[in-house]
Structure formats: structure tokens, C-alpha cells
Design a protein around this ligand. Structure first.
Ligand code: FAD
Length: 430
């Protein structure tokens, strides 16, 4: 092969790599192993905890917390998943995870495949840490002091210890610079006071990653001044005061954290002092990829139900799939899922193959996939008529879940703000 042929061959290989949308073999194998794990390890748990899993009145206790049986079932899934090697498969290798093998592309394929097959099964969803960047071997923990790593990583990796990510507050959601929680230095310790709101897993976690103002002057100049601390829930100075049920649920997993003179040693700072938004937010992109892949998988799960129903249900002497109005809805669902799926894969590919983080593309994927999921599930409910509104098919639960995804990890409007700012700043290619 002469030099010119070699160049051409490299170019063709590059192009082929860019347009190859097949899942890598290790990902296909991982999906099969996880499905086997679900069959062998989770299905028996589902039978054991059927009473609590099947009815929302049993799923939550009178305070809106998961019933203790549900908490136990979830814990068992996490521990079994960790033992089987799944719980930490997307974590950074420096912490003992396998994120170097299973990066964003693998995340996209694996989450999509599982959600498509199992929908929003609460036990299947515990196989991986919630949110990925907020729990388990999250990249945020790369910023821990070595002694603290030694103290908490074994529990986190085994699925026993849960973490939560405490950034938002009553007066600071999109506008994170507006947080009011403060940390004041006292010798080798920091004393933290404030309230965190909407925090996923707060009612169940043992530690919270708490963002607090450590230098108000730097905050005013938007140059830093916010630090991330690992704070244990000690039942006195750092407590979850309540669960926030949303969208008609009888309970939930988001809560309010109250910090009253919580004292933590300076070694519990995550990342650098005053620069909490730097290292501590590292990994937020993965969370958005997970959210998008979950939305795409759940949308396919719903569409499959709608297709089956359209082929069975008869009105006016024919199956409803014969009515053009139903056909249009099915087609619109497929178009949107296909678009979201290809966007996600391309963005995940960019994350793995480009040096620069594809910031606006990640925002596009998060915004589009979450909005798409709600539109798709809504149509699928409509195709089911009255049945779609019952909780028997779990479509309405999926609709409520999809509705909630448009807010956390940056609302749709904030994602669009990011995209527009990048475009206006000269980042025009995608
Ligand atoms: C289910 C769920 C889980 C969550 N989990 C966590 C968690 O684990 N940890 C955590 O820290 N937080 C968490 N949050 C909080 C979440 O990140 C915030 O709710 C979100 O950032 C929006 O903030 P907000 O609710 O204060 O709304 P606001 O910021 O007050 O926004 C109100 C409205 O104004 C719009 N808006 C605001 N600013 C702009 C702008 N500049 N341009 C255009 N529109 C704008 C918003 O899009 C929204 O429509 C969670 C929230 C939910 C619902």
C-alpha cells in the first residue's frame, strides 16, 4: 500500500468510525449479562417484595419515605449489583470503576436497552447508582482527601453507603451563584449552616455533598468562593427534615436538608477550596447522558405498548391502528425517538473522541430527550384511551416521571440558554 492509499484507508476508517452506530461487542455482552442478572437476582426479589412494589400505598410509609421493605429491597439490589460488577461499571478507574471501558457510548446503549425492556422498574433502576454523578463511584469523589477516600469508598462501592448532591436551595436552583448556605472556618474545621432543597436521595443517604459559600467576595465577582464539603448525616446538625412528594406521588426520594452548625474537618473538602463548581461538578455531563438514554429507552417501552394496543384494540369494526389519526401518533413517536437516539449517540461519541467537552450538544441532548419523552409517552397514553390513564399499565407513572425530568440537572430553558450562548460566542458547528 503506497502513502496515498494509506491516507485514504485511514480517512475511510475514520469516516466508518463516525457512522458506525452498532453497539460495541463488550456493550452487547454487558447488556446480556445484566439481563441475566435481572432474571436470576432481581426477579426473585420482585416476587418477595411484590406486596410493597405493586401498590403505591405500600411503597411509601406515612411520612412519604420508601417503606422499610422497599429500602431493604433496593439495598439488596445495589449490593448484589456491586458484587456482580455492574454497580461501579461506569465509575472512574482511579476509584476502582470501569469508566475507561464503559464510557458515554456504552452508557447510552446500556441504559436505553434496559429501560426499553423493563420500563421504570424501581428495582432495575437500582442496579446503577442514581444519577451516576451524584451517587456510587461518582467522578466528584476524585476530589476527596486520600484519608476520606479510604474511609468512605469501600461502603460507596459496595452499594451500602448512599450519597446525595446538595447544591439547590429554596432561593437557588438555576441560579446556583445565589446559594445562601455558608461555611465558616473554625481552626481545622468548617461550620456549615443553611438549607438544601430538592435533593435526590437526601432521605436515604449517609453523606451529602454540600455546596456552601466560603468567600462571599469571590462569589460577588463570580470568580469562585463556593466550596463543596462531604457532610455526614449525623441526625443532629445535618438532617433531612422532610420528603418532597411531587406529581401526585404519595412520597418520593427528594428531600430538604437542614444544616445547623454542622462541623466538618477541612479534609472533608471535595476538590479545591472556593472552587466547588470546578472539580465537584465534574461528571454532571454523564448525568445528562444517563437521563437522555433513560428517556429514550422509556419512550420506546411506551411506544411498544402503544403499537401492540393499536394492533389489538378495535373500534368501528377495525383495529385502531387502521385509523390515520393513530398512525400519525405512532409515526410521530418513532420519528422523535429516532432523532433523540441518534443525537445522543453522536454526542456520546463526541464525548469519547473529541478533546473538548461538547457542551452545547450535551445540552441539546438533555433538553430534546426529556421533552421528547413526555410528548411520546403522552401520545402513547392517548392511543390507549381510558386504559392509558389507569395506573395498571404504568404509562401514567412514566408520564409523570418524564415530566419531572425537564427540571433537574438544568431545566430545558437553562439548556437552551447554554446552547444559544455557545452559538453566539462562535461555537457554531455541531
Ligand atoms: C426531581 C428533581 C430532582 C432534583 N435533584 C436535585 C439534586 O439531587 N441536587 C440538587 O442540588 N438539586 C436537585 N434538584 C433541583 C433542580 O436542579 C432545580 O429544581 C432546577 O435547577 C431548577 O431550579 P428551581 O426549581 O429553583 O427553578 P428556578 O431556577 O427558579 O426556575 C424557574 C423557571 O425559570 C426558568 N429560568 C430560570 N432562569 C432562567 C434564565 N436565565 N433564562 C430562562 N429561563 C430561566 C426555569 O427554566 C424555570 O422554568 C432536583 C429537582 C427535581 C425536580
Amino acid at each position: 500500500m503506497d502513502k496515498q492509499d494509506e491516507c485514504l484507508s485511514t480517512f475511510i476508517k475514520g469516516v466508518m468510525l463516525m457512522v458506525d452506530f452498532t453497539a460495541p461487542q463488550e456493550v452487547v455482552d454487558a447488556i446480556s449479562s445484566i439481563e441475566r442478572f435481572i432474571e436470576q437476582e432481581i426477579e426473585p426479589l420482585k416476587k418477595k417484595y411484590h406486596y410493597w412494589l405493586e401498590n403505591e400505598r405500600n411503597f411509601y410509609d406515612e411520612n412519604g419515605l420508601y417503606a422499610k421493605e422497599i429500602q431493604e429491597a433496593m439495598r439488596e439490589v445495589r449490593m448484589r449489583s456491586a458484587k456482580a460488577g455492574f454497580y461501579n461499571m461506569f465509575g472512574p478507574p482511579e476509584l476502582g470503576g470501569m469508566g475507561d471501558v464503559f464510557g458515554p457510548v456504552a452508557i447510552a446503549f446500556i441504559y436505553e436497552a434496559l429501560m426499553k425492556k423493563y420500563g421504570l422498574d424501581p428495582l432495575v433502576m437500582e442496579i446503577f447508582p442514581g444519577g451516576l454523578f451524584t451517587g456510587g463511584l461518582t467522578p466528584v469523589l476524585l476530589g476527596l482527601h486520600p484519608e476520606v477516600k479510604e474511609e468512605i469508598l469501600p461502603g460507596v462501592a459496595s452499594g451500602e453507603t448512599l450519597l446525595c448532591f446538595g447544591l439547590s436551595e429554596p432561593d437557588a436552583g438555576s441560579d446556583v451563584w445565589n446559594i445562601k448556605t455558608t461555611a465558616v472556618k473554625d481552626g481545622d474545621y468548617w461550620v456549615i449552616n443553611g438549607t438544601k432543597q430538592w435533593i435526590s436521595y437526601a432521605p436515604y443517604a449517609q453523606y451529602a455533598m454540600i455546596f456552601a459559600v466560603t468567600d462571599p467576595e469571590l462569589v460577588k465577582q463570580r470568580k469562585g468562593g463556593i466550596t463543596c464539603f462531604l457532610v455526614p448525616f449525623d441526625g443532629k446538625t445535618c438532617v433531612t427534615t422532610s420528603v418532597i412528594p411531587i406529581l401526585g406521588h404519595l412520597g418520593g426520594r427528594i428531600g430538604i436538608i437542614s444544616l445547623e452548625n454542622a462541623r466538618v474537618h477541612e479534609k472533608y473538602i471535595i476538590g479545591d477550596l472556593h472552587q466547588g463548581f470546578g472539580k465537584a461538578l465534574h461528571g454532571v455531563d454523564l448525568g445528562r447522558i444517563v437521563m437522555a438514554a433513560t428517556c429514550i429507552g422509556v419512550a420506546q417501552w411506551a411506544l411498544n405498548k402503544a403499537i401492540d394496543y393499536a394492533n389489538e384494540r378495535k373500534t368501528f369494526g377495525v383495529t385502531i391502528g387502521n385509523h390515520q389519526a393513530i398512525q400519525m401518533m405512532l409515526a410521530d413517536c418513532a420519528i422523535e425517538i429516532y432523532a433523540a437516539r441518534n443525537m445522543l449517540l453522536h454526542c456520546a461519541w463526541k464525548m469519547e473522541n473529541q478533546e473538548k467537552i461538547p457542551v452545547k450538544e450535551i445540552s441539546m441532548v438533555k433538553a430534546y430527550s426529556t421533552e421528547m419523552a413526555q410528548r411520546v409517552i403522552d401520545r402513547c397514553m392517548q392511543i390507549h384511551g381510558g386504559m392509558g390513564l389507569t395506573n395498571e399499565l404504568k404509562l401514567e407513572k412514566a408520564w409523570r416521571w418524564a415530566r419531572s425530568q425537564r427540571v433537574p440537572d438544568g431545566t430545558t430553558e437553562i439548556q437552551k440558554r447554554t446552547i444559544a450562548r455557545r452559538l453566539l460566542g462562535g461555537d457554531r458547528n455541531f
